[in-house]
Ligand binder design. Structure first.
Ligand SMILES: [Zn+2]
Length: 264
């Protein structure tokens, strides 16, 4: 299942499953109590749990991504925008060259969401013949709503800490959780417009809400529901051929656009 742990021949056998998962996280401060690599650690574990049930190959997690908004805090490693786009393209090309036509980007870092959406269009524009799938960070938001006790939760808060406590308790330092609730400190209102500094202005210490009510039990419920949904998604991706068909159609028309799509 894990690209780095199987032999060449074993990987070759897995190509018939078509699907490769790339777990994606970050390196950045996660409050005072969670590890810098928190998101990639989650993405990797969740990917392995799902691939156990529905065969798919899992690549080693990507830690080096996009965390511009936390570069003010020790531990952030953020790639330049163009470097990250080229890196992702290069990586997906290599995965596809080995025979996988369907690539799932399993991201657990909110700061990557926008650039990954850009990447989806970047890939099409480059005329790639493989499909890239981007699930949302929370596949079972209803369970998150059920377990949530704090009114405001986000980065390193109740929910994320619960997931970490379930998946890698040995890396969670609960005695370091701040005593005070961390609500938004944003001191301006230009909504609904966004600005470049909204995240820092609201959460200068990369901590949202309160991690004290977090528990491994809550994390277990969220992760189990998430993995169930991911298994179902992998199955639907395996069964689907239309995304690749539509991609091919679109690619064929890229070089000679006409006023009306040819095949639709
Ligand atoms: Zn995180």
């Amino acid at each position: 299942m894990q690209w780095e742990r199987v032999t060449s021949r074993e990987l070759y056998e897995m190509i018939r499953e078509e699907v490769c998962i790339i777990p994606i996280g970050s390196l950045e401060k996660h409050g005072e109590h969670l590890p810098l690599g928190n998101d990639a650690l989650i993405a990797h574990k969740v990917a392995l749990m799902a691939a156990e049930e529905e065969p798919a190959v899992v690549l080693p997690p990507i830690y080096f991504t996009y965390t511009k908004e936390m570069k003010n805090l020790t531990g952030a490693i953020s790639l330049e925008t163009d470097v990250l786009l080229s890196f992702l393209e290069n990586l997906c090309d290599e995965v596809a060259r080995n025979g996988f036509r369907k690539i799932i980007l399993l991201n657990f870092h909110g700061g990557n969401s926008n650039i990954l959406r850009v990447f989806l269009q970047h890939v099409v524009d480059k005329g790639k013949e493989y499909a890239v799938y981007l699930p949302p960070i929370f596949l079972a938001p209803e369970v998150v709503r059920e377990v949530k006790e704090t009114p405001e939760t986000g980065h390193a808060g109740e929910i994320e800490t619960s997931i970490s406590l379930y998946l890698f308790p040995e890396l969670c330092k609960m005695d370091k959780v701040p005593k005070e609730f961390s609500s938004s400190k944003r001191d301006y209102d230009v909504s609904p417009a966004s600005t470049s500094i909204d995240w820092y202005a609201a959460y200068p210490n990369a901590y949202v809400g309160d991690a004290k009510p977090a528990s491994a039990e809550k994390g277990k419920r969220i992760v189990e529901a998430h993995v169930e949904k991911l298994i179902d998604l992998i199955r639907r991706i395996k069964a689907d051929e239309k995304v690749l068909e539509r991609l091919k159609e679109f690619n064929n028309q890229l070089s000679r656009p006409e006023p009306q799509a040819k095949d639709r």
